[in-house]
Write a protein that binds this ligand. Sequence first.
Ligand SMILES: Nc1nc2c(c(=O)[nH]1)N[C@H]1C(S)=C(S)[C@@H](COP(=O)(O)O)O[C@H]1N2
Ligand SMILES: [Mo]
Length: 203
Amino acid sequence: MGLFDGGERKALEQKMKSDGRLPPGQSLTLKWPVLHYGSVPRFDPERWDFRVYGMVETPVTWSWNEFNALPKVTRHSDFHCVTRWSRFDNDWDGVAFREVLRRVNLKDGAGYVLVHAEQGFTANVPLADLDREDVLFATHHDGYPLTADHGYPLRLIVPHLYAWKSVKWVRGIEFLDRDAPGFWEQNGYHMYGDPWREQRFSE
Ligand SMILES: Nc1nc2c(c(=O)[nH]1)N[C@H]1C(S)=C(S)[C@@H](COP(=O)(O)O)O[C@H]1N2
Ligand SMILES: [Mo]
């Protein structure tokens, strides 16, 4: 019942499958489940900041107003959770990862990123997987501001990896010279997380 039931859903799922948009072992959902570890943090615009640090020539810290003043883009993408649901055709508005990247000078050897969120949550992503046209720090979904439980005020969106890499309540990015496991990766999830290769858990 509910999430995974109904003729309309089944028909759409079949279409996504034949279009090659449904990764193996996934089901299509028309709803949008909420999934995270811990509690939903409160947003305080006075205290919120966004930090870019690690292997950069000059670390930066932006206030909420400064971050919001960066140019905005809209990106359209699908969303695949490791717990086997996929949500298609999401519109995300926000700041492109490349917009942020353009504003820092990386040190030689910076090839990985540890994404930091509220309450110490982290996720690791290779820089090459963030330095893509479709990766952004999103403030809006389908035209509306993110709700608190979907990551308000800001979340990362990395469409081509499992959604645990799409960090909610993001507060900064740390550039590293090697891959270091984030929160879910330390708890058995795959270091990379490609849904097309079903990289759900590490061996
Ligand atoms: N800060 C934070 N971001 C997180 C998580 C988390 O536990 N904490 N869980 C991830 C997981 S496992 C998924 S599937 C998606 C779910 O996003 P949604 O709740 O908006 O559907 O958020 C990801 N981002
Ligand atoms: Mo997930």
